[in-house]
Design a protein around this ligand. Structure first.
Ligand code: THU
Length: 130
């Protein structure tokens, strides 16, 4: 399986999810162009709206450590099924991953791979700011 290590790291991160409201655990792991891996979990909030998804936790950790480009992001959850990134996370992924792959894995060892273009066609990016 390609990205086996990345998926394993996402599963480990899922265990750290702070989810007292939904009880739905999500884990993500990003692979940087420089070969490093950063992980994240979802972090909920009593306001609900201040919740941060696992994908953005992983990406923001990496960005705040100086990384700028990602090759791939693996996403897993406690649902037993594939979990697709929400719209806000797709927009954040596009900002930092131009040609990378989005890997969704489930607990049966199955996985799907998507391109950035597939998950967010017609994306609004820096080139659209005039
Ligand atoms: N969530 C993620 O962390 N990533 C996704 O791709 C989908 C949703 C979280 C946010 C919230 O903590 C819970 O899942 C239910 O929406």
């Amino acid at each position: 399986m390609p990205y086996k290590k990345l998926i394993e790291k996402a599963y480990k991160a899922k265990e750290m999810a702070y989810v007292p409201y939904s009880k739905f655990q999500v884990g993500a792991a990003v692979l940087t162009d420089s070969g490093k891996i950063f992980t994240g979990c979802n972090i909920e909030n009593a306001s609900y709206g201040a919740t941060n998804c696992a994908e953005r936790t992983a990406i923001f950790k990496a960005i705040s450590e100086g990384e700028r480009n990602f090759k791939a992001i693996a996403i897993v959850s406690s649902s037993g099924d594939f979990t697709y990134p929400c719209g806000i996370c797709r927009q954040v992924i596009v900002e930092f991953m131009k040609d990378g792959e989005i890997i969704l894995a489930n607990e049966k060892g199955e996985y799907k791979v998507y391109t950035v273009q597939e998950i967010l066609p017609f994306a609004f990016t820096e080139k659209d700011i005039k």
